[in-house]
Design a protein. Sequence first.
Length: 141
Amino acid sequence: MEKVVFDNVNIGEDTITFKYLLDGDLNTLKVHYKSLSLKEPKLTRDKDALKTFAVSLGVFGFFRFGAVLPAQLDITKYCGWVHPDLVKFLEYTIPHEWSEHRYQIPRLDYKGPEILYKEKELGARSMYCLSGRLVLLSQRR
């Protein structure tokens, strides 16, 4: 696989939908929350914080594609909401921990994908995923 592109993120009432392009072929992932309304005013007060949360989950969603050993992961479209520390984390961990599949298909030389983004835009709109004292992951109805 040459390239996996983070192509779309959509925040619904209780679902975040992620769309990826795998060498041009669409792959969709949905994360559904049973006890969280993503439209609650406390969460929508800061749109960039909620988008940062969703985009961060989408970036972690790339790990689903370890079996196809992509050469590149493209986060360019949403890199404004990707905190630079997340990219640093991925650049550090991926070469060491990326995929057990490299053992199964004799590719021990594979050290993980190149992460593509616009340097000047990286993190420009990222916000910590907090709204007052409310943390997105722990909020309950």
